[in-house]
Design a binder for this molecule. Sequence first.
Ligand code: FE2
Length: 327
Amino acid sequence: MNDKEEIKFAPVPLSKLHPNEELCSDIYLRINEKYIKYKNEGEILPSEKYNLFLNKDVKEIYISISDVQKFMDWMVGLKERAVNIIVDDIGEEHRHLVEAREEISEIVYEVFADKEMDSALVEHLKNNIESFINKAQATKESKMIIAKLVKHNNSLADHSVNVANIAIYLAMALGHGHQFVLENIYLGALLHDYGKAKIPANVLENPGTHLYSQAIQFHPIKGAKVARQMDNIKDQVATIVEQHHEQYDGKGFPNNLKGEEIYDLSQIVALANRFDNLCDENAKKSEIEKFRASIKAIEYDRGKLFNPDLIKRSVTALKLSYGGYEK
Ligand SMILES: [Fe+2]
């Protein structure tokens, strides 16, 4: 008897999986029509590997049909736990916003995992963004609530949503209240690293090579190019994607833009991106120290990465929402 032939498999969308958690069953990949065991029950799918599936255009893993119920319950439980962590912080009345955040994160993963950007999926994402911003703005203390909708687990989709939420929080604090502007910032922030997700895995896995640094330098252009080809993505959004690594002192990439040559909404997203990356770097610290150390690093920029006036006003906003300082 051949055991392998007896297993029937069911697909699970990777967008619904949570990295860095002990798997409740074996998981498989489908390669050349064959199912290959990838991880055993009890093992962990690290976020780096999870993110690399995007670069390999892999959208699904497989589980044994006999594990489907157990696996679904496990995924629902993890999602509930992730939602509850934020709800405990911001209050039960905001649960719908936390759930909307999860939904957006899943769609972002799906957009990134497709070989080509899919217009209908982008539309679905835009509808979710519109409804999320509407709901968020209808909330009392809306800016502070949006700022709290972040989750640090090193998945690229969650990082993208963090950057989007931090960016619109900052934009609102800086006086950008218009719905369309906020929607553009949000979509630009969600897609900022699309080009990175499309770097071939064999290139991304070999830092230090010429191909790798070339691909990194080029990823904002690659992402913007794809965005510009879409009928339903505005040019402002593509510009945010293109300029998210430009620096105020002109030493950024890909075009060495300087000072006010950089689109102001790109600067906001770049700052939000930097802040979220700093939070990841400081992840081992306590929650409050993580945020305070990250704010401090932004504060000492001294006109290198960002406009000093933007820094000043953003740091005030960041201290208010993340620093645990009183108004
Ligand atoms: Fe990037």
